[in-house]
Design a protein around this ligand. Structure first.
Ligand code: AMP
Length: 376
């Protein structure tokens, strides 16, 4: 167990790291951020900051020497240089990073566990594209296998399967059939290490780890970016949560997962279709700060420190979380606020405003979010 007062290292300096650092501080921990960007917004609320490249192994070793445990808030942290962290534990285990970093490996992993995914085929070079489309069918989406997020690195292919004029990067890609879904949702869980492998082992308890799920929100995207998460989710989602949770639990157990894990799903006529893993706290779980007894950020810190997990129960009748996204990405359906609207947002006393402290607003950049609870 890592006791309050010790130092937690976080790889990544964005808003997820910032909210993790705030939860850690509440529990009395010191936080050390490691990130390559000098203006890391997580560092502003942390005790220490190492600004260095992901492959700067001497800097990683010095960082590890200051930390009792290291976690991550960014799923594209390069895995190989993490060997420089030596004996400092990394939680969740880096195999979760490896699995989530490659869309092809991730799909094979999940289908081997019995999960359903979109139909898919690898596209290792442009010559493979026609065969992949013939195999999977059109319409579909071509995605970079690595480093894609928030809809970046994706190209839609129409029903005709026509790919003329498509300018693709010289990187391994994956082609996915377009899933016809009625809604998107996520399963967010926290898992603590099985007690038999913890230092203070309690053999009376089961050794399957302690898993808690939050309610699954309906997630609405605009331009590939999450715009809104809300609860209660519609029946089309609620009916599929049990099956999706069963798969997410298998994923967590197969990865010996410790911390908060998110699995994204499409609700379809034939049940939940797995989309992707985020081996970290997730944007669709921001509502848990005000809307659940224990937030995803606090339970992640509890899990990696070996503390008992907090109750994940929803405390309101309903919750809505809207992202504040940089200019031009706000559409009529769900986009509503800009970061400059902070006074307007706060003029409604029911709104909880979270601004991430990012200096410059760019199109598509997540600047903050607003959460509202419905109490009666
Ligand atoms: P991703 O980066 O894979 O999460 O994709 C971003 C968004 O694009 C998803 O949340 C969906 O709205 C949409 N999307 C991705 N893959 C598919 C698919 N195979 N079929 C339909 N929509 C998809």
């Amino acid at each position: 167990m890592i006791a309050p007062g010790e130092t937690i290292g976080i790889l990544g300096g964005g808003q997820l790291g910032r909210m993790l650092a705030m939860a850690a501080a509440q529990l009395g921990y010191r936080v050390h951020i490691f990130a390559p960007e000098p203006d890391a917004i997580a560092a502003e609320v942390a005790a220490a900051f190492t600004c260095a490249a992901w492959d700067d192994t001497p800097a990683l070793a010095r960082f590890a020497a200051d930390c009792a445990v290291v976690t991550y808030e960014f799923e594209n942290v390069p895995v190989t240089p993490l060997a420089a962290l030596g004996t400092t534990p990394i939680l969740p285990h880096p195999k979760a990073l490896e699995t989530g970093q490659d869309r092809l490996a991730e799909k094979h992993f999940v289908t081997a566990l019995g999960g359903r995914t979109a139909r898919f085929a690898p596209v290792d070079s442009p010559d493979d594209l026609a065969a992949a489309i013939a195999q999977v069918g059109a319409p579909g989406i071509l995605k970079t296998r690595r480093d894609g997020y928030d809809g970046k690195g994706q190209w839609r292919i129409g029903a005709s399967g026509d790919t003329r004029g498509l300018k693709l990067p010289a990187k391994p890609l994956i082609y996915e059939g377009l899933v016809r879904f009625s809604a998107e949702f996520s399963v967010i869980l926290a898992r603590r290490a099985p007690k038999s492998s913890a230092k203070n082992s309690d053999t009376k308890n089961s050794d399957r780890g302690d898993i808690r799920f939050w309610d699954s929100p309906l997630n609405e995207h605009e331009g590939g970016i999450l715009a809104r998460s809300s609860l209660p989710a519609p029946a089309a989602v609620r009916e599929q949560v049990a099956a999706a949770r069963a798969l997410a639990q298998k994923v967590a157990e197969a990865l010996d997962y410790v911390g908060v894990l998110t699995c994204e799903f499409f609700a379809t006529q034939d049940g939940p279709v797995f989309n992707e893993i985020a081996p970290r706290v997730h944007n669709s779980g921001h509502w848990t700060i005000e809307g659940a007894i224990t937030s995803q950020f606090e339970n992640h810190i509890r899990a990696i420190c070996g503390l008992p997990l907090g109750d994940t129960t929803l405390i309101a009748k309903g919750v809505e979380m809207r992202n504040i996204i940089g200019a031009n990405q706000t559409g009529p359906k769900t986009g509503k606020w800009a970061a400059e609207d902070w006074d307007k947002i706060l003029s409604d006393p029911a709104n909880h405003l979270h601004l991430y402290g990012k200096a410059a607003s760019r199109p598509g950049r997540k600047m903050g979010h607003v959460t509202r609870l419905t109490l009666a």
